[in-house]
Design a protein around this ligand. Structure first.
Ligand code: AMP
Length: 470
């Protein structure tokens, strides 16, 4: 439901008598209070704009993603790290950089009760580097490969595929300079994408060089754009002062046209960066990955060096959107006060990946279905069935029940709907005898067994059914 705005009742200027005016004021105040409390009631029952619940029905898609990520991180030797969602705001100002949209416009900033200036994380790399230094990970043998997953927050304008809280999985490798690691990182991203059955994916790669060569490039880009400043959109005119490279990301037609012939970062690379990029492309060719060089790709954040890349998906109308992106950040650890440590990483946007899976009808993860149902009749049977449930479950039998339902008929209806192979029934007599009826739902036969024999009896039927299937 759309949020209502609180509109205070206006007092008529034409009110002549003071008594009348006072009365109007009172009414307006009362209206304001009641509207605002009604409004608060309403807001209590809706998630914040741009934030959403991921409901159980959607979870099988997410589960498939989580499994693919866990699998890939294991295959490639990554270890999981979980980081706080809140950090000192200063960390992001120092790393992501002032002048970026993420920091200037989208950061969730607030003061804690203790007076600390903190921010919800708008990305994960900064926190990861903070943790790397704080825990002295530099002494570990290199490369150090870390995997993390969690929500990130950006106060952006929400629309489909763009939320104020979205989920990311990040893979990062510390301690290696070699471009083979850049290629392996891209290979890993491709592996996840492939495992999820996503098609029409393209990797866009570029190099923005070292901070030194980048500075030269930025100067040339600024010179070029300054000369045609009036043709830029208002946002880009501001970017020209704060972060000119970000102009290459602008989606406005006039800015795209204007930057089509702008200087390219590849022409300003120093020898080392050029060599690095050349080797990366050779590795990618060898891997036969679907990549293109996008000379406009700069990824705008301050900390990137050399390789940058994005994973782009296109829909049937050719509309492109990023499912993930990353790059090298060889100077970041050092700039935060750690030892010079080259690093590379990327983030996958999980919400967008799920949207893409749904769009192209990828099958979600299928939960294993219960094969046994436990039904009970009467108070005593109910008490005993709780223990039996745990007994069966401990023996690896996936079991369903409907403890809340009284009638046997309605419980059996549930069992039928679930399509179980075995139904265990404990009636009043069975509860007294410590026995249970075990019914084979496939053959229709049934037998009464003691509680001690129950697990074996159920397993025997399940095994016979399994053997029949093979
Ligand atoms: P970035 O570091 O900004 O490139 O983000 C990495 C990935 O996260 C992007 O490629 C998107 O797939 C995803 N992403 C970024 N911002 C949002 C957002 N506001 N809502 C949903 N997904 C996002």
């Amino acid at each position: 439901m759309a949020q209502k705005k609180v509109v205070a009742g206006k007092v008529s200027h034409g009110a002549k008598k003071t008594g009348e005016k006072k009365e109007n004021d009172k009414k307006a105040a009362a209206k304001k209070i009641s509207t605002s409390s009604a409004n608060q009631e309403e807001m209590l029952l809706q998630a914040l704009r741009g934030m959403r619940d991921i409901l159980p029905d959607e979870q099988p898609y997410w589960e498939r993603v989580r499994r693919a990520l866990a699998h890939a991180s294991q295959e490639y030797g990554f270890r999981r790290i979980d980081l706080p969602t809140v950090e000192y705001a200063h960390l992001y100002l120092r790393t992501v950089g002032v002048g970026t949209d993420i920091v200037d416009k989208e950061l969730y900033l607030f003061n804690t009760r203790g007076g600390d200036r903190v921010a919800l994380r708008p990305e994960m790399t900064a926190g990861l580097c903070r943790a790397y230094i704080e825990h002295g990970m530099g002494v570990l043998s290199k490369p150090i490969k870390l995997f993390s997953i969690g929500p990130v927050f950006r106060y952006d304008r929400p629309q489909e595929g763009r939320y104020r809280e979205h989920w990311q999985a990040n893979f990062d490798i510390f301690g290696e300079n070699d471009p083979i690691l850049d290629a392996q990182t891209i290979q890993l991203a491709y592996r996840v994408i492939q495992q999820l059955g996503l098609k029409s994916i393209e990797f866009q790669v570029n190099s923005i060089g070292t901070p030194e060569s980048r500075r030269e490039y930025e100067k040339a880009l600024t010179r070029y754009l300054e000369a045609q400043k009036n043709k830029l959109c208002q946002n880009c005119r501001e970017r020209l002062v704060k972060n000119p490279m970000r102009i290459l990301d602008c989606k406005e037609d006039k800015c795209i046209q204007l930057t089509a012939h702008a200087p390219q970062s590849l022409d300003y690379l120093d020898l080392e960066s050029r060599d690095h990029f050349k080797h990366l492309l050779e590795y990618l060719d060898e891997l036969e990955l679907p990549y293109v060089i996008n000379t406009r790709l700069v990824r705008g954040l301050d900390y990137y060096t050399k390789t940058v890349f994005e994973i782009i998906s296109s829909d049937s109308e050719g509309k492109k959107y990023a499912l993930g992106g990353g790059g090298r950040y060889d100077r970041l650890i050092e700039s935060l006060g750690g030892e010079a440590t080259p690093a590379i990483g990327f983030g996958l946007g999980l919400d967008r990946i799920v949207l893409e899976m749904k769009r192209i009808l990828v099958k979600p993860y299928q939960e294993p279905r219960p094969r046994v149902f436990l039904a009970q009749l009467g108070d005593m049977a109910k008490k005993k069935s709780l223990k039996l449930f745990s007994e069966l479950e401990k023996n690896g039998i996936l079991i369903a029940e409907s403890f809340g339902r009284g009638s046997l008929k309605s419980q059996l209806r549930v069992a039928n709907r679930l399509g179980v192979e075995v139904t265990i029934i404990i009636g009043q007599k069975e509860a007294l005898d410590d026995t249970a009826i075990v019914k084979d739902m496939v053959s229709g036969t049934q037998e009464t067994v003691t509680h001690e024999r129950l697990v074996d009896a159920a397993k025997k039927i399940l095994k016979t059914n399994q053997d029949l299937k093979v």
